[in-house]
Write a protein that binds this ligand. Structure first.
Ligand code: DX5
Ligand code: ZN
Length: 213
């Protein structure tokens, strides 16, 4: 897993393929794709058809972030569309154990996301069953928001538990990432940061160069 994953939500929506090419040009191997239902979050983005089309033209690893009230209804759809890692929210209506199992059985990596206002305790029962946790540092639904520093102590707590219990899941942070907040996340124990606005703005991207291979 690279330490930076660009989020296509801040890409060029008139030509998302060109945004995937931008990721490849910077020698990064993962793309983060945000899926919204207008209900779990007050916004829409793209769905399985667009993801499937993009996957046909890209060999990037697709890290799909489902912001859906009922993600359990769409697991096979997104895996068939090309998701390599599928994250859903611990706050969604999904039966968590069954949904993680369903994802894993289809040879896809499992992810569990957690909103900024949710306590990290909600994640504790699932640490042995996930490949990656996704800590939201903004209220999900939109790019370009301000990083919430209160996510840092949650990351540190979970990273300490991971070490104590010798677990192998990865920790990612999503939202409000720039050079400064990325460094804070990595220092707190995160392995990777997701960046939309900072990565796709050519000027801001320069400040992320430490995270680029
Ligand atoms: C927000 C999305 C994020 C978003 C990040 O709901 O989950 O992935 O694209 O964008 P920035 O980096 O602009 O906060
Ligand atoms: Zn996301």
């Amino acid at each position: 897993m690279p330490s930076l994953i660009p989020s296509l939500l801040s890409g060029h929506h008139e030509n998302l393929l060109s945004s995937l090419k931008t990721i490849e040009r910077h020698h990064l191997s993962w793309a983060h794709l945000d899926v919204m239902d207008g209900h779990f979050v007050p916004n829409f983005s793209f769905g399985p058809q667009i993801i499937k089309t993009l996957k046909r033209h890209s060999s990037l690893f697709f890290d799909v972030h489902l912001m859906l009230e009922h993600p359990e209804r769409f697991i096979s759809t997104f895996i068939e569309a090309g998701a390599n890692l599928l994250s859903f929210h611990v706050e969604s209506q999904a039966p968590i154990a069954a949904t993680l199992k369903h994802i894993r059985e289809q040879n896809c990596a499992t992810g569990l996301a957690c909103n900024p206002d949710s306590p990290e305790e909600l994640l504790l029962p699932w640490l042995e069953q996930v490949d990656r946790l996704l800590f939201m540092a903004v209220q999900p639904g939109f790019c370009g928001q301000t990083f919430r520093h209160d996510v840092l102590h949650k990351i540190a707590k979970i990273a300490a538990i991971r070490q104590r219990r010798e677990l192998s899941f990865r920790i990612a942070v999503d939202g409000g990432i720039d050079a400064i907040t990325a460094e804070k996340c990595l220092k707190a124990g995160a392995d990777v940061v997701v960046s939309g606005t900072s990565f796709f703005d050519p000027v801001k991207r320069r400040s992320l160069r430490k995270l680029l291979p």
